[in-house]
Design a protein around this ligand. Structure first.
Ligand code: FES
Length: 370
């Protein structure tokens, strides 16, 4: 079987490793390669790589009106990508500094309601412009070449010719002389880079500061109100009934983690009341208040069966016993529903005596740190 190299461009060197460089290095010494121009090396490497160029469209004439117009279009789109990325950074960093603060509680029509959509909008527009700019750049400014390539063997020859190919790519892109695009690329790269690393700031800054995942709007003295905002007095409910209540704060009835069940126990249930440890004084007379958010996967629980003193979660059938501090007695939930300590204020309306003393809702990764 022949071992002669019959590839295009080969002068017939053996395709077994040569004494110094191996493979096609047998055909050309380093001195010969160093004496060739970049274009010659590029073409030579292409031939040795088995590349067949089928068609070449050199792109717009340098300095032509068509090229200038394309450069302006591409530069504008890249600059817009950078601008939108910087706007993302401004919104992200400026909140609470020179822009209104963003709180975890979303209020209708307020800054907090627009914070995340604005971040998404600016990031989306920026990435869209990056994509559009790259497509325009490729289509309108780069030479178009249709070629078929086989493989390379990683010899010194390949490294030299591959380097020439890369340099040729940079040269053919015209970026070295198209300053507008280079500057807009720098703007885009800086903005998009900042935009992408900016969210990491949340990891550097203590993400648990203020324990936003572990607190709700309930606090000492905050009244328990119905969905329509009316406060509740002891005696408003029938024994054995349940009512969903919210904190009397702006937007309180839209805060998913604050929804609470106020339950008036029947006298027989009061006799059987066995609060959890540390919760002995959380009830007020025959009233108890528990979080409405299931501790399994966060569904709202409120199917209350007063005969069995159980609250059923409709999602996966967890059951909680309201006379035992809402401990789970059936189903996948493993944690009791958090209990809200309640009392009455000077006017006789129900108020919270503090926030929940444990995290509301299902488990999340850093619960132990809260
Ligand atoms: S969410 Fe309540 S049981 Fe699964």
């Amino acid at each position: 079987m022949s071992t002669r190299d019959m590839r295009p461009g080969s002068t017939g060197g053996a395709d077994v490793p040569g004494p110094l460089y191996g493979g096609p290095d047998d055909d050309y010494t380093p001195e010969q390669l160093a004496a060739m121009s970049r274009q010659d090396l590029d073409r030579l490497g292409a031939r040795y790589d088995g590349v067949e160029i089928l068609h070449v469209d050199p792109g717009p004439e340098p300095g032509s009106i068509m090229e200038k117009r394309a450069v302006r279009q591409v530069g504008t789109v890249f600059a817009l990508a950078g601008l939108f990325a910087f706007l993302f950074v401004v919104v992200y960093v400026g909140s609470g500094w020179f822009l209104p603060d963003w709180h975890w509680d979303v209020t209708e029509g307020g800054w907090s309601a627009f914070f995340t959509p604005m971040l998404g909008l600016f990031m989306g527009l920026s990435l869209l412009c990056v994509g559009v700019g790259l497509v325009l750049f490729t289509k309108k400014l780069l030479p178009h070449e249709t070629a078929v390539q086989d493989k390379h063997d990683g010899s010194h020859f390949d490294r030299v010719t591959a380097g020439a190919t890369l340099v040729g790519g940079w040269h053919n892109s015209g970026l070295a002389r198209r300053k507008l695009i280079t500057r807009s690329l720098l703007l885009m790269g800086g903005g998009v880079g900042l935009m992408l690393i900016m969210p990491l700031g949340g990891l550097i800054k203590n993400p648990n500061k203020g324990n936003p995942l572990g607190t709700t709007s309930w606090a000492e003295g905050v009244r328990l109100v119905r969905d329509n905002g009316t406060p509740i007095r002891p005696g408003d409910q029938e024994p054995g009934s349940l009512e969903t209540v919210f904190p009397a704060v702006p937007g309180g009835n839209r805060q998913a983690d604050a929804a609470t069940m106020l339950i008036r126990l029947r006298p027989s249930q009061v006799d059987n009341l066995r609060p959890r440890e540390g919760h002995a004084d959380f009830a007020y007379g025959e009233y108890v208040a528990y979080s409405k958010i299931c501790t399994h996967a966060g569904c709202p629980v409120s199917l209350y069966e007063q005969e069995t003193s159980r609250i059923l979660c409709p999602c996966h059938q967890s059951m909680f016993d309201v006379t035992q501090g809402a401990k789970p007695v059936f189903g996948p939930a493993t944690r009791a529903l958090p209990q809200l300590p309640i009392g009455v204020d000077d006017e006789g309306f129900f108020v919270a005596r503090s926030d929940y003393i444990e995290a509301v809702g299902p488990t999340y990764w850093n619960r132990e740190r809260i």
